[in-house]
Design a protein around this ligand. Structure first.
Ligand code: NAP
Length: 297
């Protein structure tokens, strides 16, 4: 059997079209233009390309978009002051600080400084807490994207055995929290594996839905997957360069072998990746609506 491909590119395109339509209506009827600022400190090439892609998506949807490119030498104090300026700017509804930050800047302090109402990445502890109790305004982008991939591919999560490999604060823990809520598109039985897990394959083989976010290239092999399972590969591993000099990527799943056993699978690239930016746009639109009182908390 060859698994059905879950195309993040296609699903992200559909959602962005919906967001474009909603943004147009918001501008026309309510005179509100969602505003997003992306703050990049330094010149990390991967971060630069992520920020550029986020700004491009924001412009295409019709947002007011501001890109702050700051030098590597920016101090923590200066960054906190910049965030405070955007916290007070009524034209800006979403603030995204691209991570990682240079070593001399305390990431936690910076994330805590963003007004939780403008925290469209969903990393502020207030928003993390609201997510855990099922009252989130903004779900963190990559896990929210995974949930959308499942919903829009018709995957039934209600009562499903979900196994997640990885317990990071940006992917593993939040997707576990999201999928165990007693809500549509969730209500699953969730297990999280990590480096302390014994006999990981005994868990992954039970999964109706296997979500892998370990950052270990092709480490999930076909013998670790149940026949017919839905496999979501979050991993992005740079394993070399293409002949035209671009980064050659692979996921955490041995795609060629696992696709012969799984029922559905996401590719890398073109799976979870395009969804992350799309969810940032969805959160920014929501932030604008909340600020304008069009939607309530
Ligand atoms: P991370 O912070 O490095 O966390 C990795 C997690 O995987 C940790 O909890 C670690 O366990 C666990 N792990 C690592 N090796 C393992 C193994 N052999 N067996 C079991 N568990 C193992 O990574 P992350 O930020 O969550 O990212 C994970 C991957 O997703 C990376 O490839 C990253 O590039 C990718 N990613 C993609 C997107 C996207 O938009 N597509 C977004 C975010 C991340 P311990 O806690 O025990 O160390």
């Amino acid at each position: 059997m060859t698994a059905k491909l879950i195309s993040g590119v296609e699903i992200a395109r559909q959602i962005r079209e919906e967001l474009k339509g909603e943004t147009g209506r918001l501008k026309e009827k309510c005179k509100v233009t969602p505003g997003l600022v992306t703050i990049l400190v330094g010149q990390n090439p991967a971060s630069m390309s992520y920020v550029t892609a986020k700004q491009k998506a924001a412009r295409e949807i019709g947002f007011h978009s501001v890109q702050e490119n700051q030098p590597e030498t920016m101090t923590e104090y200066e960054l906190l002051a910049l965030i405070e300026r955007y916290n007070r700017d009524p034209k800006i509804h979403g603030i995204l600080v691209q991570l990682p930050l240079p070593r001399h800047i305390n990431e936690t302090k910076v994330l805590y400084a963003i007004d939780p109402k403008k925290d469209v990445d969903g990393f502020h502890p207030l928003n993390v807490g609201k997510m855990v109790i099922g009252e989130a305004d903004y779900l963190p982008c990559t896990p929210a994207g995974i949930q959308q991939l499942l919903i829009r591919s018709g995957v039934k999560t209600d009562g499903a055995e979900v196994v997640i490999v990885g317990r990071s604060n940006i992917v593993g823990k939040p997707i576990a929290n999201i999928l165990l809520q007693k809500k549509p598109g969730a209500n699953a039985t969730v297990t999280i594996c990590h480096t302390g897990t014994k006999e990981m394959a005994s868990h992954t083989r039970r999964a109706d839905i296997l979500i892998v976010a370990a950052g270990r290239p092709r480490s999930i092999t076909a013998d670790m997957v149940k026949e017919g399972a839905v496999v979501i590969d979050v991993g992005v591993n740079r394993i070399g360069k293409t002949p035209d000099g671009k980064a050659l990527l692979c996921g955490d799943v041995d795609f060629d072998a696992v696709k012969e056993k799984a029922g559905m699978i996401t590719p890398v690239p073109g799976g979870v990746g395009p969804m992350t930016i799309t969810m940032l746009m969805m959160n920014t639109l929501k932030a604008a609506k909340l600020a304008a009182g069009i939607e309530s908390r």
